[in-house]
Design a protein around this ligand. Structure first.
Ligand SMILES: Cc1ncc(COP(=O)(O)O)c(C=O)c1O
Length: 502
């Protein structure tokens, strides 16, 4: 490893920089220094060489270096303190393209985290889980400690069949349920068994699209509007369609009832498969939960679910409720023995559901998420009344809609505030993005939507208010009111408050 990369002391007065290009030397030096900070080569807190020695090393006038330092201090990249020279500012954290290549503006060590994804890990119900684990272990038959059936433990499949029917309107028998290690694993198995190509909502989890692609299944983007996926775009060529009907991910609305019926009609007419990713169906706040599409036609819809949003993604337990014809092939695709899900964890979850602890946890989390959601809406109403917040009726995240063209700068501004948050564009299918770019001028494709996907469930209770503060500071200011035409004497209407759009 290059020892000078991160060490302020060794760096001392040696800072090799490439001033590429012609033109103003001060600007070139500033660009090189910004890039060194941005890339992480100069870590926050690193002391820069005295401007005299850097000027000598680079063959520049001292004033040029002194001016560049001063401007970078003014921009916030550097910090100058009496007696300790000039250092890289603490806030000027390097980006980390390693884990999240699609959000290079994410700070390396964000102070606040509003990236959607997981529930607050500190609220995992340890005591209740432990109680279930004890009971499950004590009651486990000896065969639970054998090699394991890839179909999944019968105790868990029975518990899930009852729970999913009661809560999600799923039509399931234990035989139709196959246990997997989360939705991602389920999709992998379905890709293998069903083959491609699939259609997928143009806004969706990139990880799922990539995972399908890595299993030979390409996805074609389906438009998404306020009524959910444009299922009228499905064709006979599509072997399956991946949908999030209860709560479109990440834009937020439920699939319109007419489209729910239409997608089932498409599946019946073409033999295609509807893959229903029911990732947060239990978390609906202002209305009754939206039942699963699977309930409309269990022979053409696979419901995929997991405990990742309701309990923890660490458990790696999920399920598929399959059409009868797919049960045997999917079980076969898992292999001869259970290789993915621990039998004791499955038994624990079965007890957790049967004992009512799962319902209690979901209800507790629903209240908590609703409170968080209300705090988010209230903060935006007070601090940024010009933005709309949508997708708030359900789930663990919402979308803060932004004026066109401001999303990337808002994500960058958030990184600058030490806030990790993602833009809607991070979820857009690359095919949809290309279609937008390639659309002829006389065609009018749906405009690209700018917005931030705000996960409000993740931060610890004490960290949430500050995360919201950082979010509000990151938003673009309200556009200045348009100049009034000479005849218009009335003032412009006040900007609408954040909406309660579903
Ligand atoms: C859209 C979506 N589907 C499903 C899941 C669950 O994935 P898994 O069960 O593989 O953790 C997530 C993440 O939690 C998600 O964001």
């Amino acid at each position: 490893m290059n020892s000078w990369v991160n060490s302020a002391e060794i760096l001392g007065s040696d800072l090799p920089l490439e001033l590429s290009g012609t033109g103003n030397r001060r600007a070139l030096l500033m660009d090189a220094l910004r890039e060194a900070v941005r890339s992480g080569r100069l870590a926050p807190g690193t002391r820069l060489p005295p401007y005299r020695s850097l000027a000598a090393d680079l063959g520049l006038a001292r004033n040029t270096v002194a001016d560049a330092y001063a401007e970078l201090v003014a921009e916030g990249w550097l910090a100058a303190r009496q007696g300790s020279g000039t250092r890289v500012a603490e806030r000027a954290a390097p980006v980390t393209p390693v884990h999240r290549p699609r959000t290079p503006e994410r700070a390396a060590r964000p102070v606040h985290d509003l990236v959607q994804g997981q529930p607050d890990p500190s609220v995992f119900p340890r005591t209740a889980w432990l109680a279930s684990a004890r009971r499950a272990l004590a009651a486990a038959p000896d065969d639970a400690f054998g090699p394991g059936d890839p179909h999944g433990r019968p105790e868990l499949r029975r518990a899930l069949a009852g729970y999913l029917a009661r809560v999600r309107g799923v039509r399931a028998t234990p035989e139709r349920i196959v246990i997997c290690s989360g939705a991602a694993h389920g999709l992998r198995l379905l890709a293998e068994v069903v083959g491609g190509p699939w259609a997928a909502e143009e806004y969706g989890l990139p990880f799922h699209r990539e995972l399908l692609a890595s299993h030979g299944v390409g996805t074609r983007p389906l438009g998404v509007d306020a009524d959910g996926a444009r299922v009228d775009g499905l064709t006979r060529r599509d072997r399956a369609v991946l949908l999030t009907p209860a709560h479109q991910f990440p834009t937020g609305g439920p699939l319109h009832p007419a489209r729910r019926a239409a997608v089932v009609d498409w599946a019946r007419a073409t033999g295609g498969l509807v893959v229903e990713d029911d990732y947060d169906g239990e978390f609906r706040y202002d209305r009754q939960p939206v039942g699963a599409v699977q309930g409309l036609d269990p022979e053409h819809v696979v419901l995929v679910g997991s405990v990742s949003k309701s309990l923890s993604p660490a458990l790696r337990i999920g399920w598929m409720v399959l059409p009868q014809r797919l049960v045997a092939p999917v079980v076969a695709a898992k292999g001869e023995r259970e290789q993915f899900s621990s039998a004791t964890e499955q038994l624990t979850l079965a007890d957790f559901i049967e004992s009512g602890a799962y319902d209690r946890q979901v209800r507790r989390m629903r209240q908590r998420h609703r409170r968080r959601r209300d705090q988010l809406v209230a903060a935006l109403h007070a601090r940024a009344p010009h933005v709309r917040v949508t997708g708030i009726a359900a789930g663990l995240h919402a979308v803060v809609e932004l004026p066109p063209g401001t999303e990337r700068s808002a994500v960058r501004a958030a990184a600058w505030q030490g806030l990790a948050v993602e833009g809607l564009g991070d979820y857009l299918h690359p095919g949809a993005e290309n279609a937008l770019l390639a659309a002829p001028a006389d065609d009018t494709p749906a405009p690209r939507r700018d917005g931030l996907v705000v996960g409000y469930a993740t931060p610890a209770e004490s960290a949430y208010p500050e995360a919201l503060e950082a979010l509000c500071r990151s938003l673009p200011p309200a556009a200045p009111p348009a100049a009034a035409p000479p005849s218009a004497a009335t003032p412009a209407p006040a900007p609408p408050p954040p909406t309660a759009a579903p």
